[in-house]
Design a protein around this ligand. Structure first.
Ligand code: MRU
Length: 348
């Protein structure tokens, strides 16, 4: 589709064509292109290949996906369309298992169909709810940023991992939302962005986003985090989350390592995430960590960087135990240890 019409949201509904539109994040930062999903298959492909990624953005993708399934459905009965949406919802949710927001977004939109009296209402309610998820995401990230920015001081250098910025959300960002709010409050904040192997969301997306906003950013490899923290170059670490269970924070692979080093050096380790990322009922051992293609490690783009036959272990996420987390930043406020997740739940 067209070259990026920034500012646009990371993912949105195109009311002219009744399709899902999104910024293709696999092309960033070289190319800024908007793509369109007209089918559930194309949406699933976009999610699996990380054209749209990041837990809150996946929540919106799940919601819009069900709205798309409703729009393209030929069902003439309420039972028929409900069955089709449930099937589409299962297919969408299965594309990436770890970020809880994806199935949360799917289930939230399927939930409103129960109130529909006919297929026309089902289509209308589905799109309205998906749109609401997207709008709420932007508002919640702003609230979360305002709460979290109080943890940052003028002059701080903040290290982050992966991309928990506007591209991981509908807009604004979680971890980067906190940094953006601090900057808007007049604080001088510098960022160290870990490149985030193997798909480089930190170098391709976080560094790009921050440079677009003229927030000073320095790129390092993931393995340099111990060095920079030991050298006293980092005041705080802020990361996002893909799922927060009773006992752990699931986030991009490498996060756990940073949390251990931060703890060793007495550096606060903050996690910023909306309540939709919390999985109140489950524990670390219940969660499936997505394993991705070995070729992500054997190749860098099209360039071979390892023996083709080498065995590869490529988990996309790791779990950071709650004892390594200094605070959880949500739209409802900041929570400190011992984390009583029921308090977060009650307010939501
Ligand atoms: O595999 P991705 O790029 O979808 O990974 C998810 C993430 O973007 C990160 O883990 C992020 O820190 C949490 S989502 C705001």
């Amino acid at each position: 589709m067209a070259d990026m019409l920034i500012p646009m949201r990371t993912i949105d509904w195109d009311y002219t064509n009744n399709t899902i539109i999104m910024i293709d994040q696999t092309l960033l930062p070289r190319e800024k292109r908007v793509i369109e999903c007209r089918t559930i298959d194309s949406l699933c492909e976009a999610i699996k290949s990380l054209r749209v990624r990041g837990a809150p953005a996946l929540g919106a993708a799940g919601g819009f996906g069900v709205a798309l399934a409703a729009h393209i459905s030929n069902a003439t009965t309420l039972a028929g369309i409900t069955h089709e949406l449930e099937t589409a919802g299962k297919t969408i949710s299965a594309t990436r298992p770890t970020a809880v927001n994806l199935s949360w977004g799917v289930n939230r939109v399927i939930g409103v169909i129960e109130e529909a009296k006919n297929t026309r209402e089902a289509r209308m309610f589905a799109l309205d709810e998906a749109r609401l998820i997207a709008d709420e995401d932007v508002a919640k990230n702003r609230q979360l940023g305002e709460h979290g920015e109080k943890l940052l001081e003028d002059g701080d250098t903040v290290m982050t991992h992966c991309n928990a910025g506007k591209m991981a959300c509908v807009d604004r960002g979680t971890a980067l939302g906190v940094i953006r709010s601090a900057v808007e409050h007049g604080k001088d904040i510098k960022v160290i962005s870990c490149e985030t192997r193997p798909l480089n969301q930190g170098s391709r997306i976080t560094a790009w986003e921050l440079m677009e906003d003229k927030i000073p950013v320095t790129l390092i490899t993931d393995s340099m985090s111990g060095h920079v923290m030991r050298k006293g170059m980092v005041d705080k670490v802020i990361v996002g989350a893909d799922r927060i269970t009773q006992d752990a924070v699931f986030n991009k692979i490498g996060t756990y390592t940073h949390s251990v080093i931060a703890k060793e050096h007495g550096i606060p380790f903050y996690v910023a995430a909306p309540v939709s990322t919390f999985d109140f009922e489950q524990f670390e051992e219940d969660i499936e960590i997505e394993l991705r293609s070995p070729d992500e490690l054997r190749f860098f783009g099209n360039y071979q960087i390892a023996p083709l036959e080498v065995d590869v272990y490529n988990p996309a996420f790791d779990a950071t135990p709650m004892e390594n987390v200094s605070a959880l930043i949500t739209e409802n406020g900041v929570y400190y240890p011992p984390f009583l997740l029921d308090e977060v739940k009650i307010k939501s």
